[in-house]
Design a protein around this ligand. Structure first.
Ligand code: URA
Length: 261
């Protein structure tokens, strides 16, 4: 009888946590975050060089310095992994870096990983990602194409899943944008596609995706096309019409001579 009560109490506790949004196990063993307080941050040394002192209290400056020091995709991933000023890192299971073909002519940047991406360590693998694949196929693009002309390279502004898929804060976007910009510079695509409002906000400093979508602009010296996020299309299927127009515009930019894939 007592065993039954215990089982019921455990189930009630689990249900309660799931309702709060703790729907993913991050490790096999629980972590008691009250047991070991983090070591106190040492006060900045009086003789610290001004730039180093500035980076201590400015996570964006630190992110810029760490991103700038990365010379290739591996060192960029390592730099992002080492960056510990973004709270999202501590609630996520994995750093979601990229998928697709490095060197592809098109790079797609989304917002942030969701649950499926956090589990698999790859961007755009959930329902929205599957729709993205279905959107790209008719214009001859895919994340698995061996030819860089027909391939896409995919990443996100934010590499860690925000709790309950909430929108990243302005501060989180500001501190991760230097890494996303460096990612873009190293991947060096001909064209960048920004998926959704948050990617536009974080990287173009503009929002209002229903106005921005389909309007070619520039990001870090490259042609950039803002588009509606596939997750938005799942909720608003009627907007697929606009997205089809944007996909045709993307195809025309890639093949100006009408040399279709
Ligand atoms: N939405 C995004 O913006 N990125 C992902 O990786 C998945 C969903």
């Amino acid at each position: 009888m007592q065993g039954m009560d215990t089982a019921r109490a455990i189930k009630a506790l689990l249900d309660w946590q799931a309702e709060l949004g703790a729907d993913t196990a991050l490790g096999d063993l629980p972590v008691d975050r009250y047991a070991a307080p983090p070591p106190a941050k040492p006060a900045p040394a009086a003789d610290k060089a001004p730039a180093a002192a500035r980076m201590d209290d400015d996570p964006v400056a630190l992110a810029e310095a760490m991103a700038a020091a990365a010379t290739d995709l591996d060192s960029l991933r390592a730099a992002m992994d080492a960056f510990d000023r973004c709270e999202l890192k501590h609630g996520a299971r994995t750093l979601v870096f990229s998928d697709g073909v490095a060197g592809a002519r098109v790079m797609i940047l989304g917002e942030a990983p969701g649950r499926d991406e956090d589990m698999q360590g790859k961007p755009f693998v959930g329902r929205a990602g599957q729709l993205l694949d279905r959107m790209l196929a008719p214009i001859g693009l895919s994340r698995t194409a061996p030819d860089t002309g027909a391939a896409v390279y995919i990443s996100n502004l934010i590499p860690w899943r925000p709790p309950q898929n909430r929108k990243p804060t302005a501060q989180e976007m500001a501190m991760m944008a230097p890494f996303a910009r460096r990612h873009l510079a190293i991947a060096d695509p001909d064209i960048v596609v920004l998926m959704g409002n948050t990617a536009c906000e974080g990287l173009l400093g503009r929002s209002g995706i229903t106005r921005l979508r389909g309007q070619w602009t520039e990001l870090a010296g490259r042609p950039c096309l803002p588009m509606l996020h596939p997750a938005y299309l799942l909720r608003n299927p009627a907007a697929k019409r606009e997205t089809w127009a944007d996909l045709l515009s993307l195809r025309a930019r890639l093949h100006p001579e009408g040399t279709s894939p």
